[in-house]
Design a protein around this ligand. Structure first.
Ligand SMILES: [Zn+2]
Ligand SMILES: [Zn+2]
Length: 281
């Protein structure tokens, strides 16, 4: 840990939320039942489908749409994105987007809720959101989406939303489907997302001299469908793509282009030419 992080973490008053700590323990403990359940090829497909749907809902939905309005869509698809993202047990759409907008306003300053530069790796990875002081959304930062009653309902009951998904998986394929279709991918989905707050504010390369410590990291970009191009993103957060050139793989953006072609989303925002040149693209 660096000396700045050492100082800042010593000033944190740890007060854990029982609900969130319990959920994190469940997310990290239940996948171990995979070692005691039969395994077949269908489980691999189930894992990838479940992982893909939820990572995309988080990256395209919670992040690029609800936090940054990088494209437009209709109210039904907005709800679908929010529902599946909430099924990852990372809080409701208003909580997630408001905390993320706050992160962009304060990135790697001492008021940033999850800066690894200030508070160290593990605090930024997952200890921060277990604290009672971070349980509430910054509602004043998400007035644009707070007006939708269906999103407020997801916001209120986010921790119960996986239950119908788990019940459906159980009815189709028993506990084997629950483990491989929900719990194992949830572990990977969550740690990949946490890595955007921890890893890519520490490890990787920088194209832009931003005021924070954001990095571009190809491994996190692959796991999170494009969110690892985080230095690009902190330089220009409003674009639908975070990979700024052809070799910066951005799977979320490829899906968004397909959905745009199908007219489910529209007005994908682009990076201005001037910003691309500034980064040497
Ligand atoms: Zn960041
Ligand atoms: Zn962002």
């Amino acid at each position: 840990m660096n000396p700045i992080a050492d100082t800042a973490i010593s000033q944190v008053h740890f007060k854990y939320s029982f609900l969130v700590v319990s959920l994190v323990l469940i997310i990290h403990a239940l996948p171990f039942f995979a070692f005691f359940t039969p395994f077949n090829q269908a489980d691999v497909w189930l894992f990838f489908v479940s992982y893909t749907i939820r990572v995309f809902s988080l990256t395209a939905g919670y992040h690029r749409y609800f936090s940054h309005k990088a494209f437009e869509t209709n109210r039904v698809f907005q709800f679908i994105l929010a529902f599946f993202a909430a099924c990852s047990l990372q809080g409701g759409p208003l909580w997630w987007a408001s905390h993320h907008r706050h992160h962009h306003h304060t990135s790697d300053e001492v008021s940033d809720a999850h800066s690894p530069v200030r508070f160290g790796f593990f605090y930024s990875h997952f200890l921060w959101f277990m604290q009672k002081k971070h349980l509430k959304a910054h509602y004043h930062l998400v007035k644009d989406f707070s007006r939708f009653p269906e999103l407020r309902a997801l916001e209120r009951y986010w921790y119960l939303l996986p239950l119908p998904v788990i019940a459906l998986l159980y009815l189709i394929g028993g506990w084997n489907y629950v483990i491989w279709g929900f719990f194992v991918p949830t572990l990977f989905v969550n740690n990949a997302t946490y890595a955007v707050n921890s890893f890519v504010h520490l490890y990787g390369s920088r194209r832009y001299n931003t005021s924070d410590n954001s990095r571009n990291n190809v491994w996190v970009a692959l796991l999170t469908f494009g969110e690892g191009w985080h230095n690009n993103h902190h330089r220009y957060a409003g674009s639908a793509n975070q990979g700024f050139c052809w070799y910066q793989i951005d799977i979320t953006y490829y899906f968004l282009c397909l959905l745009s072609y199908l007219k489910i989303v529209k007005n994908l925002k682009k990076v201005p030419e001037k910003i691309l040149k500034e980064g040497g693209y």
